[in-house]
Design a protein around this ligand. Sequence first.
Ligand code: AMP
Ligand code: TRP
Length: 338
Amino acid sequence: MAVVKRIFSGVQPTGNLHLGNYLGAIRNWVALQNRDEYETIFCIVDLHALTQQPEPEALRSAIRATAAAFVAAGVDPTKSVVFAQSTVPGHAELSWLFSCLTPLGWLNRMTQFKEKAGKHRDNAVLGLYAYPVLMAADILLYRATHVPVGEDQKQHLELARDIAGSFNQRYGVDFFPLPEPQILGAATRVMSLRDGTKKMSKSDESDYSRLNMSDDADTIALKIRKAKTDMDALPDHIDLLEARPEARNLLNIYAALTSRPLEEAVAEMAGKQFSDLKRVLTDAAVSLLGPFTAEYNRIMADPAQIDAFLRLGTDRAQAIAAENLAAVQDITGLLRVR
Ligand code: AMP
Ligand code: TRP
């Protein structure tokens, strides 16, 4: 069947991948990759990670670790294009062209910048502010039409659509598609195990807040045992979860891990104690993450092989990017004499 949709998504190589990354994004990538009508491109966004000033050695190993995690989670580097963002220079180039079209007012609305910059906004680096413009360039460099991400990226995608529309309008062309978010599955927003109102995140200080994809069975059991709860038995209806963020989060994770709707997980656990839920949740998490960890360790033992499949991905990505960038140079009036 002919390819009708081009999918692009990315993850930052910062720290461990956690269950939120898997359930919110990577699991959906694997499902999309295996459908004939989709062409899938998955990127390790190392230029985005530089906004946090990582140590060079830590960044280098996180890029390989993220690539290994993609593959261990089921991304097939011969079916999907898997590569590191910085190895295709067009991302940074297109980002500059877009930054010349993006009003500051649009960027001032970005909630992730406000969160990350904190109170001392004057000290935040330009790259953090321009982060969503680079993200728009990532997607549009490939003229991707669909972007599978977790809920937290919705606003950035709206900006990418606005930038695409603004470019098309400024130059009177219909060149960039308006990329659509694909926010799929039961767990588009996995919350912290320590606070059901906060997103599970790589940057949380407490490792107990998240289940890392590389945690072993004992660590998973310990983190779930220590996960925050409230005092009551588990409710018998989904509406009652509104006021109980920890119950909602653990039930939501349980539902996602066992690939069922939340209603079914709620019905199974109705009237039971948190300790009962934690027991079945631990089993479900261990049976998902166990095989992942084994595969991840196997891949990580051979960095040369990781580099080889990343190189293959770069070649394939670069071929698409070069063609689109040449068209953009023509559209914008830049000479192509090099
Ligand atoms: P990041 O770790 O911020 O680079 O995010 C990579 C991908 O994982 C993006 O698609 C995010 O939307 C998704 N993601 C990150 N944290 C979570 C979470 N707590 N719940 C669901 N999806 C998430
Ligand atoms: N900003 C995304 C995140 O933190 C990562 C990302 C960068 C991305 N470029 C992208 C996601 C392009 C989807 C498409 O999760």
